[in-house]
Design a protein around this ligand. Structure first.
Ligand SMILES: [Cu+2]
Length: 749
């Protein structure tokens, strides 16, 4: 079983270190972006202020958020920290609010409806004895923005106060002097008050559109008509207004759709996925080509493997080796990457790193071996923003020798989650020369489960179905739940969790996997939903949003009892726990390497930089809160970066070298001070890692992973086992960020 002392030690030794590193990263990022700003728009004053705040000494080393020397300056990473200001006659008092993400097996703690779950810490100094104000003591409250709906957080005093849990989008925190310190309702005078960082979601509408990316279109004169089409209007969410100056703009690349000049009726109709059960040594022919697909009343030319969306489900036994003869019948070069599989480097399918791209009409033979049981997937590693989005994705399910590896269920369903961006006139075109949507990634407006817009699962009352989930979207993070069903989380990217847990929703970032057992109760039709709190950067507001992904029809006679009884038991997987034991001594080791996630702003105009500076970045991007700006920005306009702070090198300039057998601690730092900070799902090829901590809070339920989402203002420490020799990519799995340069290579000798 797990050694609590190791975690305790890890927690304590990491915490001081983390507060320091976070401040340094903040300062570093401010300095770096500051150099660029100064050249572009001369905002030295802002930079100096940021640096002073970042350099301020900590009065509470245990906290991420610190009482700064100057009032009104930054007190820590923006989405997690805010200042509480005193009322005028108590100027000596100061306080800082810290929101700590609650523990979650997904790393992102949200309610079923998408509200983030925070543990609140308030650090206070300089409050006078309550009696001097005629009060019995001080109490902290959380209220809505109008000060109504006050909810008691707890009594507080000078020092660090760990308070209750808050699940609100935007809120205020008050400290009052109460006659009765145990009072359940607020009657005393306010002494300190502040707002959640999310209140800073300022309206962009006040900013002129002069600095927008993109090029102006002439009325009726479409500059790119020769390239097979024109840019249609970008679909907009209702309630997501467009800036006045943006209506006449389009991205600075040509629009592109597949199948130009091809008669759509001559294309084969897309087929449903088949299961291909393969034994050691078997060969699969895998052909990427065009298909005709119908969604609603419309038909589109799309891509598919072997004519199927998703591509064939490869079902293999652990430790087997298969041969895949890939043929590219697309209009563009391609290659196949075997995501999460610790295979031989030369078959990793990373063009420019492990192989040349396969030209149209070309072939490549892959040998894939499967050392780990679990759920994996394959997709092209060339223009993922186009090829993966058009339907080139499929799963591999790797069976463990132990038939009871995951426990009994009635049956299994392998489920791929996707979203597709569709306009009035067809699929929204992609950028020919470079990806569009380079800011936030391309969010779709039609949801697909296993390629279908109206996927329906049939189940019996009491049935337990194991869902093997993969998120194949370009950028969308899901918060999935199923009405009328209970969910038990058993597995993640690479195998099982140490401990099974009941969850009310499943958070899945691009390329992540989850294995959940779902128990259905009474008969009826139940929606499979994605529930999030959507942000509008234009309005500065949050909206509860429910996307319906599919449905479950529960009917017929009740399912056999056995799996239903097993469902109620939460098992601790001792063999998984023991498997981590060899690595536990390394959990507390110093950080070996660090990557800072950010954006290079060299190519941006000064006016655009100034609009970005005003925004608030939520810790996780659940929706496209600025669809026009996002669409117009291409990978020619922005460059996303992984930066090694030790050398200053970025992306493909990074040349880290390791030896097989090395176990290294890698720190992924996503400073809130970056320009347009955004959550990034970071993927490492051909190896496995375990998430140790987020902002210093240790992970208490381990699972091997290959992809981890790093929220804005977050520092995620991972322990990376380098078991597999070769040149391996590390990159953001948002297709448009990868297309905008956010990648590096690790050499393992
Ligand atoms: Cu990214």
């Amino acid at each position: 079983m797990r050694d609590a002392a190791v975690f305790e030690c890890h927690w304590i030794c990491d915490h001081d270190d983390l507060a320091r590193v976070n401040r340094e990263a903040t300062v570093g990022a401010a300095r770096q972006s500051g150099r660029r700003q100064s050249r572009a728009i001369g905002l030295e004053v802002v930079v100096v202020a940021l640096c002073v705040a970042g350099c301020a000494s900590s009065s509470s080393a245990q906290s991420l958020c610190t009482l700064a020397d100057l009032p009104g300056t930054a007190v820590g990473p923006e989405p997690w920290c805010a200042e509480l200001v005193p009322v005028p006659d108590l100027r000596s008092a100061r306080a800082v609010l810290e929101l700590r993400p609650a523990a979650s097996p997904f790393g992102v703690a949200v309610m079923r409806d998408g509200r983030h779950v925070h543990d609140v810490v308030v650090t206070i100094e300089g409050l006078p004895q309550a009696a001097t104000l005629g009060a019995g003591g001080y109490v902290a409250w959380v209220t809505d923005l109008t000060l109504a709906d006050a909810e008691r957080l707890g009594s507080v005093s000078n020092g660090r106060n760990v308070l209750g849990r808050v699940m609100r989008n935007q809120f205020r925190v008050l400290v009052t002097a109460e006659p009765d310190v145990d009072a359940p309702t607020r009657t005393g005078r306010i002494v300190l008050r502040g707002t959640s960082p999310s209140v800073k979601l300022l309206a962009h509408r006040d900013v002129a559109a002069a600095g927008m990316p993109g090029v102006a279109t002439g009325a009726g004169d479409h500059a790119h008509a020769d390239h097979g089409g024109v840019w249609p209007l970008h679909p907009m969410d209702s309630g997501m207004p467009m800036l006045p100056g943006m209506a006449g703009l389009e991205p600075g690349v040509a629009p592109w759709r597949p199948g130009a000049g091809v008669d759509i009726d001559a294309l084969p109709a897309v087929r449903a996925r088949t299961v291909v059960r393969m034994s050691d040594g078997d060969t699969l022919r895998l052909v990427a080509g065009l298909v005709r697909k119908r969604i609603g009343a419309r038909r589109f030319a799309m891509y598919a493997f072997n004519g199927q969306q998703p591509g064939p489900l490869i079902d293999v036994a652990q430790r087997s080796r298969i041969v895949v003869e890939f043929e590219n019948r697309l209009e563009q070069p391609s290659a196949v990457h075997w995501h999460g599989v610790r295979l031989d480097n030369r078959f990793d399918g990373a063009p420019g790193v492990t192989q040349e791209p396969v030209p149209p009409g070309g072939r490549f033979t892959y040998e894939v071996h499967f050392p780990d049981a679990g759920l994996y997937w394959y997709h092209p590693h060339v223009r993922e923003d186009i090829q993966q989005d058009l339907g080139l994705y499929g799963n591999m399910r790797v069976r463990a020798p132990d038939s009871d590896w995951l426990g009994p269920v009635h049956r299994d369903e392998v489920v791929m989650l996707d979203d597709l961006l569709v306009t009035e006139t067809g699929l929204m075109p992609w950028g020919r020369e470079a990806p569009t949507h380079a800011l936030m990634g391309r969010f779709g407006n039609v949801f697909l489960i296993n390629g279908e817009p109206d996927w329906t699962l049939r189940a019996a009352p009491g049935e337990v179905v194991r869902l093997w989930l993969t998120n194949v979207s370009s950028t969308r993070i899901y918060n999935l739940s199923i009405e009328g069903a209970r969910l038990k989380l058993v597995g993640g990217d690479i195998g099982r969790y140490e401990r099974e847990s009941f969850v009310e929703s499943v958070v899945l970032a691009p390329a992540e996997r989850a294995i959940i057992d779902v128990r259905f109760a009474g008969p009826g039709r139940h929606a499979i939903t994605n529930r999030v709190q959507s942000v509008s950067h234009m309005l500065g507001s949050y909206t509860a949003t429910v996307d319906t992904l599919g449905a479950v029809e529960v009917r017929g006679s009740a399912a056999a009892a056995g799996p239903g009884e097993a469902f109620e038991i939460l098992r601790v997987r001792d063999d998984v726990v023991r498997g981590f034991d060899a690595f536990r001594p390394a959990f507390a080791r110093p950080v070996d390497h660090e990557l800072i996630l950010g954006m290079d702003t060299e190519r941006l105009s000064g006016a655009l930089l100034s609009t970005m500076l005003l925004g608030y970045a939520p810790p996780v991007d659940w929706n496209d809160g600025m669809p026009m700006m996002n669409w117009l920005m291409t990978a020619n306009d922005v460059r996303w970066t992984l930066r090694d702070p030790a050398t200053g090198r970025e992306n493909m300039e990074i040349d880290w070298q390791f030896r097989v057998g090395d176990v290294v601690k890698l720190r992924l730092n996503n400073p809130a001070t970056a320009f347009h900070p955004m959550s990034h799902p970071v993927h490492i090829h051909g190896q496995r890692f375990v998430v140790l901590s987020r902002n210093g809070t240790p992970n208490d339920n381990l699972v091997w992973k290959d992809t981890v989402v790093v929220g804005v203002g977050e520092t995620v420490d991972i322990l990376l086992e380098l078991s597999n020799p070769g040149r391996w990519m590390v990159h953001c799995h948002i297709a448009e960020h990868l297309g905008a340069g956010m990648m590096a290579v690790l050499l393992v000798k």
